[in-house]
Design a binder for this molecule. Sequence first.
Ligand code: ZN
Length: 368
Amino acid sequence: MKSIKIRLELNNEQSTLASKHAGVARHAYNWGLSTCQEAYKNNKKRPSSIDLHKKLVKEVKTANQWYYDVSKCAPQEALRHLDSAYKKAFKEKKGLPVFKKKGIRDSFYLEGNIRTENNKIKLPVFGWVKMSETFDLADIKNVTVSKMAGHWFAAFKVPYAIAPKQTKSNPVGVDLGIKTLATLSEGTIFENKRPYKKAKRKLAIAQRKLSKKYKKGQPQSKNYKKQQQKVAKIHYKIACIRKDSLHKLTTHLAKNHSEIVIEDLNVSGMSKNHKLASAILDGGFYEFRRQLGYKCEWYGSVLTVVDRFYPSSKTCSSCGIKKTTLKLSERTFHCESCGFSCDRDLNASLNLKSKAVSYTVSACGVPK
Ligand SMILES: [Zn+2]
């Protein structure tokens, strides 16, 4: 099994409901903790999570009507958490559990009839909730919902392979770009999202403001810290937008192609070219490869990573002749040898496709 965490796109009503669930979980945890502390004070044994839950249902739930608005799993799991926190504290000789505060690691747990369909997940009490990513999977046992930097996330476990090996027979080469996110050898282009550019501009402005507020060798002001948080939030937003578009790309690739050929982009090896290195880091190559890796496992596709010294950009995809120079500014690849001409990135992706194992080993050039 593998853990997956997906950002949820909750509407106002669902967002309120999520806060309520986290609130009940926190309340139950803190109540359980003070009950345990009381027991220790009176030299009594700490009540088990089951005993605590019974007591909670009898005494706390009836006195706090808002407990009835949320799934019963939320307080129950919170008490189980408390129990394991105590056990961990004794076993690893770590600090005893402390009271939870609102807004810090807000989370809750749900179990029951949970399933996904396209970009929606069905949760008990909530019903259908939108996710930031498409995910087809039936039968999820349980889910932990948590809040991070103003967004709610659902975490759950999925089996390693979700689709049977399909008879897809179309390898694809993928060229990750600077101007565009990716160019596929089939001709499809994945653009960089516009909100991404907008957020980047915003980040530059926010960072400038931050540096103006900075005082060297002095404790930083409240305003500085506030601005620092603003910058962190924009950083996070950019990461989210990037991740979203990468998810769309990697799902498309793994679902529709038998083999995906990519280039190994070694970022440290590119440090000579700062502009390119930052663009690649920005494009999130590691995240791209990580997502593609596990999605290929799910959808039964092969991921082939081509050596980073392979000159995918400089080679003519038509006749195979390698150019000695190719400027980064040359957007169109033109072969003097055979006269072939095409978009630079498409040419690179076609070269990568030709490196597909299933493509090259078969006879007569017919892919297996
Ligand atoms: Zn050529």
